[in-house]
Design a protein around this ligand. Structure first.
Ligand SMILES: NC(=O)C1=CN([C@@H]2O[C@H](COP(=O)(O)OP(=O)(O)OC[C@H]3O[C@@H](n4cnc5c(N)ncnc54)[C@H](OP(=O)(O)O)[C@@H]3O)[C@@H](O)[C@H]2O)C=CC1
Ligand SMILES: O=C(OP(=O)(O)O)[C@H](O)COP(=O)(O)O
Length: 338
């Protein structure tokens, strides 16, 4: 049973903590917060996690709020086999020295640059690269979505190049201070966005360029993907491959799943923890091979698609399972992923 510390208990961290707790070969030894808010209270009182604080000077604030703390983040990582760093991108790099000093392995998130660890992770495309390593980075939610479908398509279609337009949600549902609320914002205004270069960190040699827009929605991201392929292939073969791939869902717009709103409603029907949709839904009607070009559209539940990837990254770093498909299957089973 491996011991996992979760540094940063926000959108991603709290989901990773619950996903770790759902596995039978690893356990949560602590989670961290800097503010004594409702998330800190529920972590302790509802979930039963030991809570550590990222800013030791704030111990009194937690005491005054009546929220029990077990120590500081430095204390937490002493006991850990691996830390999953889910702090905001600005904090992650300064934590690396602390992890090195403590001799603990660490997994970062996609808000960090690839250069921080020199290694990035996706369970389907490059699990082996992180096997036994000290540090890796699970690529961002959009990059994970692109990589899952492209690495399923590449073996049968032989991808020549990819061009994709990413429609990014303006903020997560709980974020009250972010927008846009009435505009479409090229984000970043330069091309490419970070997603294309990021896919290259987990799919060696792929030619992929992306551009991205922010829109006023909080539910999901959405991708419009154009792929030039070398192999002659039928649309149905692409559909069959995507249907076989776990963590990818071919969905029918015609069955009432034609929007991100309906997809999120579907996740509620599935009865998932926090109504999460870990799989990448691809609209069946959008999948179309025309000559040497493949087109498709997909969505990404930004709050949850990277969560199972973090579990597989833990197994890779700690050499708990050498076969990526076995780790994926184990994670999926524990989390009820299709
Ligand atoms: N949200 C998303 O859609 C996705 C995010 N990511 C990436 O995941 C990472 C985390 O993002 P997200 O979960 O959204 O961020 P959140 O802001 O939701 O959560 C960040 C957490 O880090 C804690 N924290 C802040 N400062 C410190 C510190 N100095 N020491 C320890 N903990 C600290 C916060 O605690 P407190 O609130 O108490 O200050 C909070 O619990 C980023 O790299 C992001 O890019 C990846 C995929 C999707
Ligand atoms: O990883 C994400 O998006 P990304 O893949 O576009 O970087 C998350 O949705 C975080 O995005 P944010 O940087 O807008 O909070």
């Amino acid at each position: 049973m491996k011991s996992v510390a979760i540094n940063g208990y926000g959108t991603i961290g709290k989901r990773v903590a619950d996903a770790v707790a759902a596995q039978d070969d690893m356990k949560v030894i602590g989670v961290s917060k800097t503010r004594p808010n409702y998330e800190a209270r529920t972590a302790v009182e509802e979930k039963g996690y030991d809570l550590y604080i990222g800013i030791p000077e704030r111990a009194n604030q937690f005491k005054e709020a009546g929220i029990e703390i077990a120590g500081t983040v430095e204390d937490m990582i002493q006991e850990a086999d691996v830390v999953v760093d889910c702090t905001p991108g600005t904090i992650g790099p300064q934590n690396l020295e602390m992890y090195k000093k403590a001799g603990v392995k660490a997994i970062y998130q996609g808000g960090e640059d690839h250069e921080l660890t020199g290694l990035s992770f996706n369970a389907i495309s490059n699990y082996d690269d992180s096997y036994g390593k000290d540090y890796t980075r699970v690529v961002s939610c959009n990059t994970t979505g692109l990589t899952r479908t492209l690495s399923t398509i590449d073996p049968i279609a032989d991808i020549k190049k990819v061009r994709a337009v990413m429609v990014r949600r303006g903020s997560d549902p709980s974020e009250v201070k972010k927008g846009p609320i009435n505009s479409i914002v090229p984000n970043p205004p330069k091309v490419p966005s970070h997603h294309g270069p990021d896919v290259k960190t987990v799919m060696e040699g792929i030619d992929v360029t992306t551009m991205a827009l922010l829109v006023p929605t909080t539910l999901m991201h959405q991708h419009n993907i154009m792929v030039e392929i070398n192999n002659e292939i039928e649309t149905q073969e692409i559909i069959d491959a995507l249907e076989k791939r776990s963590r990818v869902l071919v969905v029918d717009a015609g069955e009432g799943l034609g929007s991100t709103a309906e997809l999120m409603e579907y996740a509620k029907e599935l009865g998932r923890n926090r109504n999460d949709l870990y799989e990448i839904p691809v609209w069946r009607e959008s999948i179309n091979v025309v000559g040497n070009e493949l087109y498709y559209m997909q969505a990404v539940h930004q709050e949850s698609d990277v969560v199972p990837e973090n579990i597989d990254a833990i197994r890779a770093l700690l050499e708990m399972e050498s076969d990526n498909e076995k780790s994926i299957a184990k994670t999926n089973k524990a989390m009820g992923i299709l």
